[in-house]
Write a protein that binds this ligand. Structure first.
Ligand SMILES: C[S@@+](CC[C@H](N)C(=O)[O-])C[C@H]1O[C@@H](n2cnc3c(N)ncnc32)[C@H](O)[C@@H]1O
Length: 281
């Protein structure tokens, strides 16, 4: 059962969210706008974030000089790692002009397009891998998002996605207090279950090879770190405080999600999981 966000969650509103909050995302999240994965609990944020990218790259089974599409590339953090450390030829797609401009300024090899993944313009069968880290939940038409991955992959090419998902049968309270507001505040048109993503992948003609729920890798830690950074910023920067918390900011409610999301992750209401699927030969 997917949870629907009820405010505007179309591409214009997703782009507006990331463009408006560009400076804060960069200052508070850095170049990687995704969760980290902890194993020992001793890892730094940079190590935990990198663990996620390394896991995605491992599962992508990249051949040498692989052609990769990064669907929802943010500031291009993952794209640059794939280009620099794996020799990949990467094209990143984001809806945010601010993100693409910053990413282009960093160089490092990848190309970036301000263009929807749902209409990506890539040729059929040209990609060895498609990676999508925490971006599909923003997309209105998830069926089309999987269909685009299946279309651009070569036979045996892999889709590796990590995303925010709903637990299987959320109660009315879980939906009202956590999943519904998280979807609305985070510009997520819908939150699917892992089973729904598996079915969407299969429906697009992909074979699901692996799924992994990251609940044992403490992804909620990311939010304590983000929350501390944001609190420091709000305490010391009056213009930032006025902008972020002012009534003119349509994303003001997103601040509430800073409390909701870790709670939802810790209780298993919201899940962070990976799906690896292959285009059959
Ligand atoms: C949470 S950020 C993740 C960014 C990046 N994958 C990372 O891990 O740093 C979500 C990204 O998905 C992008 N996005 C959402 N919907 C998209 C769409 N339909 N087409 C392309 N990008 C999209 C946003 O522009 C944003 O860059």
């Amino acid at each position: 059962m997917s949870i629907s966000g009820t405010t505007r969650s179309d591409e214009t509103s997703v782009a507006g969210h990331y463009d408006a909050l560009d400076r804060f995302y960069r200052e508070i999240w850095g170049e990687h706008v995704h969760h980290g994965l902890w194993t020992t609990g001793e890892e730094s944020v940079a190590q935990a974030t990198r663990a996620m990218i390394d896991l995605v790259a491992d599962w992508a089974a990249l051949p040498s000089r692989a052609t990769v599409a990064d669907a929802g590339c943010g500031y291009g953090g993952t794209s640059r790692v794939l280009a620099a450390d794996h020799g990949c030829d990467v094209t990143g797609f984001t809806l945010s002009a601010a993100q693409a401009e910053w990413a282009c300024g960093r160089g490092g090899g990848p190309r970036y397009e301000v263009r929807s993944w749902l209409d990506n313009g890539l040729p059929d069968g040209g990609c060895d891998a498609v990676v999508a880290i925490e971006s599909l939940s923003h997309m209105v038409d998830k069926r089309l998002a999987f269909a685009q991955a299946a279309r651009v992959l070569r036979p045996r090419g892999r889709l590796v996605l990590v995303d925010w998902l709903s637990c299987d049968r959320p109660s009315a309270t879980q939906t009202r207090l956590l999943l519904g507001p998280i979807a609305r505040e985070g510009r997520l048109p819908s939150l699917c279950t892992l089973g729904e993503y598996e079915a969407l992948a299969a429906g697009a003609g992909l074979r699901v090879l692996h799924t992994e729920d990251f609940r044992d890798r403490a992804p909620h830690r990311t939010w304590s770190i983000v929350g501390r950074r944001l609190a420091r910023r709000l305490a010391t920067d009056a213009p930032a405080r006025r902008f972020l918390l002012g009534s003119a900011n349509p994303d003001r409610a997103f601040a509430l999600s800073l409390a909701r999301i870790p709670l939802a992750l810790r209780t298993g209401t919201l899940r962070l999981a990976m799906v690896v699927a292959e285009r059959p030969a």
